[in-house]
Write a protein that binds this ligand. Structure first.
Ligand SMILES: [Zn+2]
Length: 427
């Protein structure tokens, strides 16, 4: 039973607070709440993205909040107390801790700890607790961070550079890539282009005044980046005398340098094609352009030759060493992003891991989708990309299940929103 005097006390305290500050928070209330410790901290750190997407989380009730608080803060709210309603407040009293937790009719959450203060303290709106109370609810799960990308291999353009065949094939690809960029731009989605050396050397040869006339006087790469929002990273099989630093150098020469993404590599150290990603822990010199120094920081597309036995892995981590690639080393200066299954369907599977409680909201799960050049160049290929990739992603994005990003931004989000906490899900 709540003592009658206690009820009077909390009601008096709450009413005084309300009289003093109306619906807002008084400076005093704010100060007290901030020194109130864990409850305030946990509310302010709670995932709030549910509020910004269409699929807004189901509102929680005061009873749900107070049940949760009894479990999460058993020292502050010990045992299970009856819910009482009075004068616009729903609250519970905990005699052994001399504490109250209350929800006002406008949704504000308040606490009162009589052992330390007779002041009612405002904590936060009840909505801020939604994803703490119901962490596996649909709208409380993080989106799956997804990158749409295309590799341009070192066989493109076809033909020997300097021949008319290579030039006409380059110009053909020029048009196709602009069309692909226009498609993703139409849906406000980022597309990542990762070309190998040959396409970039071709660009240096063939982006003359006549060619650039159709792209505002700038070369294709700059047009894609500056006018169509394409993100450009290096891709390199490190063949034909060109390594990653050379490709990074060529991108720089074309005015679109700066990326530190290692756009694909063979990860398995037991294979002869192993790409020795660990070289990039320090700057590496180019082979073709030895004065070019480049340090790769972010691995994507941890593959196998011909992509015949690629690992199915999602998440972000810092590979420890070649033989412990999927083990996180918090001190590592190279990060890796998991490709998962390289399809749209995998997103639903990954979201299900949150629902099943396999991962909580502090774990970032990732997915990359390779739109192959062969698809872009085939008859009706872009319509296929639109139907099978862009439209399903648009729908998943509208319901908050996916965030379309690029590798560099993804790594930044990993640090800012997930605290750089490693999370690896491997099948
Ligand atoms: Zn490749």
């Amino acid at each position: 039973m709540v003592g009658q005097s206690m009820v009077k006390l909390i009601e008096a305290g709450l009413l005084i607070l309300l009289a003093a500050c109306g619906a807002g928070v008084s400076p005093e209330g704010e100060r007290l709440a901030s020194d109130n410790g864990p409850l305030k901290a946990v509310a302010s750190n709670a995932p709030k993205r549910a509020l910004s997407v269409q699929a807004v989380a189901q509102a929680i009730t005061p009873d749900m909040l107070m049940d949760w608080a009894e479990g999460a803060f058993a020292d502050l709210f010990p045992g299970h107390s009856q819910t009482t309603s009075s004068q616009g407040f729903v609250y519970r009293y905990y005699p052994s801790a001399s504490s109250f937790i209350a929800v006002k009719s406008d949704g504000g959450v308040y606490v009162l700890f009589l052992n330390t203060s007779d002041q009612v303290k405002y904590v936060a709106p009840i909505a801020d607790f939604t994803c703490l109370v119901t962490p596996t609810a649909f709208a409380c799960r993080p989106p799956i961070y997804t990158v749409i990308f295309t590799h341009i291999e070192d066989t493109t353009p076809t033909g020997t550079l300097g021949t008319s065949q290579a030039r006409s094939n380059y110009l053909l690809w020029r048009d196709r890539l602009i069309q692909m960029a226009n498609l993703t731009r139409r849906y406000n989605m980022t597309w990542v282009l990762q070309p190998d050396w040959k396409f970039l050397e071709a660009a240096r040869l063939y982006e003359d005044g006549a060619t650039m006339a159709s792209t505002g006087g700038v070369n294709l790469l700059r047009y894609l980046r500056d006018s169509l929002g394409v993100i450009i990273d290096p891709h390199s099989h490190e063949g034909s005398g060109y390594n990653y630093p050379d490709v990074a150098y060529l991108l720089e020469q074309l005015g679109v340098g700066g990326s530190t993404v290692i756009g694909g590599h063979v990860w398995d150290p037991s294979l002869p094609q192993f790409a020795h990603w660990e070289r990039f822990r320090v700057p590496v010199a180019g082979e073709k352009y030895p004065s070019a120094l480049w340090r790769g920081e972010l691995l994507m597309g941890s593959g196998t030759p011909g992509h015949t036995n690629d690992p199915i892995v999602s998440g972000m981590w810092r590979p420890k060493d070649p033989y412990n690639y999927f083990v996180d080393d918090p001190l590592g200066n190279i990060s890796a992003v998991g490709a998962y299954k390289s399809d749209v369907g995998g997103i639903t599977t990954l979201r299900g891991l949150y629902e099943a409680g396999r991962f909580d909201a502090t774990c970032m799960l990732t997915n990359t989708i390779h739109v192959f050049p062969s698809t872009i160049s085939s008859a009706g290929g872009l319509a296929t990309v639109e139907r099978d990739v862009v439209l399903p992603l648009q729908s998943l994005r509208a319901s908050g299940q996916v965030e379309i990003t690029n590798f560099t931004a993804l790594a930044a989000t990993w640090k800012s929103r997930f605290g750089g906490k490693a999370c690896v899900y491997q099948e």
